[in-house]
Design a protein around this ligand. Structure first.
Ligand code: NAP
Ligand code: GCO
Length: 266
């Protein structure tokens, strides 16, 4: 038996048109998943995602337009997935946003928007898939957390509040639904080179590196940003039978940031 096989499984990864979610999908396909299901916020984003999957040669993919903060849209999407694809064996709550604004300048609506996508949506989507998982007495939920589930920094108050909350939602889903043979774990990515972090890596007008770019390399033992592909292996582990006894755990995939005080300036 291949402990890491996902053969026969259907996996729904939210917001997986590109970035971390898309790369987790690619790793799931390599591990033999039967169907990848993903959603994005509108037709245009969905079409871009479908093209990315087609370009990667992935054909067992089902895309849906669904805003994960909209309870009715999520309920409709779950119904469609059950009818058109089948049971949802694995759910990855990946869709996320960030707003980098000093907290005292942030509007309540901006703070709320981040909380809605990064914390409330994982509750909405998990609550929508749990009943069927409970009926089958089997299921896996993976929540994409963050360094900001543990650490703060200037300008990301809403994001840190949401991702800290998501860590505890993960532990609570484990506590509440472990009795149904449901595992809920989190992945806490470090600093990953995706569109979300592109502004932090932008070259300065004089061609020099963005100060945050240098800062993150100094904070990461390997001295580099991580690539979204590097989240694939940990996600396969948490989705597969290899991790059946792992529950309520946040697996930090951070290249060692949380272990390291950082490199002193030269
Ligand atoms: P990304 O490149 O910005 O991708 C996020 C995806 O979520 C996009 O496809 C986006 O769709 C989708 N999305 C946003 N709001 C949505 C909504 N309401 N409904 C449906 N889909 C929605 O981000 P990423 O870097 O791959 O991040 C993925 C996850 O990892 C996020 O939860 C993020 O917070 C987390 N994370 C990222 C890093 C990092 O360094 N990059 C580190 C730790 C954690 P559109 O853009 O197409 O609208
Ligand atoms: C930031 C970043 C982060 C990361 C990530 C860290 O502005 O500090 O965007 O918050 O994206 O979640 O793990």
């Amino acid at each position: 038996m291949n402990l890491f096989s996902l053969e026969g499984k259907n996996a729904w990864i939210t917001g997986a048109s590109y970035g971390i979610g898309f790369n987790i999908a690619k790793a799931f396909v390599a591990a033999g998943v039967k169907n990848i299901i993903f959603n994005d916020i509108n037709e245009e984003a969905l079409a871009r995602g479908l093209k990315n999957y087609a370009d990667a040669g992935i054909t067992n993919v089902h895309g849906y337009v669904c805003n994960v903060t909209d309870e009715n849209a999520v309920a409709e999407t779950v119904k469609k997935i059950h009818a058109e694809v089948g049971q949802i064996d694995i759910l990855v709550n990946n869709a996320g946003i960030i707003k980098r604004i000093p907290m005292h300048e942030m509007k309540r609506s901006e703070f709320q928007a981040v909380i809605d996508v990064d914390l409330v949506a994982p509750y909405i989507v998990s609550a929508a898939v749990l009943p069927e998982m409970m009926e089958r007495n089997e299921g896996t939920i993976i929540n994409i957390c963050s360094m900001m589930s543990e650490l703060g920094r200037e300008t990301v108050s809403a994001y840190a509040a949401a991702k800290g909350g998501l860590k505890m939602l993960t532990r609570n889903i484990c506590s509440e639904y472990g009795q149904y043979n449901i595992q809920c774990n989190g992945i806490g990515p470090g600093y990953i080179a995706t569109p979300q972090t592109a502004p932090l890596r932008e070259k300065q007008p004089d061609g020099s590196r963005h100060p945050f770019d240098s800062f993150i390399c100094a904070k990461t033992p390997a001295g580099r940003w991580l690539e979204p592909e590097e989240l694939g292996g940990p996600a396969v582990f948490l989705a597969s039978h290899a991790s059946d006894a792992v529950n309520g755990h946040i697996l930090y995939v951070d290249g060692g940031i949380l272990a390291y005080i950082g490199k002193q300036p030269e």
